[in-house]
Design a binder for this molecule. Structure first.
Ligand code: SF4
Ligand code: SF4
Length: 201
């Protein structure tokens, strides 16, 4: 969803966006809001409608199928919400408040947590957002939690979820993260829990 051409240079943040992609992959936003005159563009590209419940078409769901190999494959035609978007991490880098190395380290931590979650949930091939993958895993785990190994796997996944939710503060304020309504309380709770644990330690 970034304003940046992810093939561009380090100085304008292109290197960071190419390594990251979280704003296009359903981590920070589970949907992209569109203007009325952009809906036809999304329909033509068969992007999944948002909301999914059949109520009036307002945008498209993420992860965005147009994000491939670290780049937006529709860069020249991307909608306004994508053109104007800049996350807080990219903004901080462009204002020399954080180095490229430190920015890339935050992105690497986020990608590692996503890998951990997908490995535990067995959802690496999923086209759902990471938050929906977690929900699907928890809803479907059922009997798995009756074993010690199953309970450990469940706890490890929940810890990775909490850490990812907390790490998202580098990219976006909680108010600006655009998640499906059912995932917002989980994100808020996870961030508060980790924040509170850090303050006590
Ligand atoms: S249209 Fe391009 S910039 Fe917008 S979410 Fe999709 S891949 Fe990202
Ligand atoms: S989340 Fe930020 S750093 Fe990552 S791709 Fe989007 S704008 Fe770039």
């Amino acid at each position: 969803m970034t304003e940046h051409d992810q093939s561009s240079s380090e100085t304008d943040g292109g290197e960071l966006c190419q390594a990251c992609g979280l704003c296009c992959q359903g981590v920070l936003h589970e949907y992209v809001a569109l203007e009325a005159d952009e809906l036809e563009w999304a329909e033509r590209l068969e992007l999944p409608r948002y909301p999914r419940d059949g109520t009036s078409f307002k945008g498209f769901s993420q992860p965005c199928a147009l994000h491939q190999n670290g780049k937006c494959t529709a860069y020249a035609q991307r909608p306004g919400a994508c053109s104007f978007y800049q996350c807080e991490l990219l903004g901080a880098y462009l204002q020399n408040q954080i180095t490229m190395d430190d920015s890339l380290s935050i992105v690497a931590d986020a990608r590692q947590l996503i890998d951990t979650i997908q490995t535990k949930a067995g959802s690496a091939a999923s086209h759902q957002s990471i938050w929906q993958q977690i929900t699907d895993y928890i809803d479907g785990q059922g009997a798995g939690r009756e074993t010690v190994a199953g309970r450990h796997a469940h706890l490890e996944l929940l810890m990775a979820e909490q850490q990812l939710a907390y790490l998202c503060r580098h990219f976006e304020s909680l108010e600006d993260i655009q998640l499906e309504p059912q995932h917002r309380p989980g994100m808020a709770t996870a961030r508060l829990a980790i924040q509170s644990a850090r303050q006590k330690s």
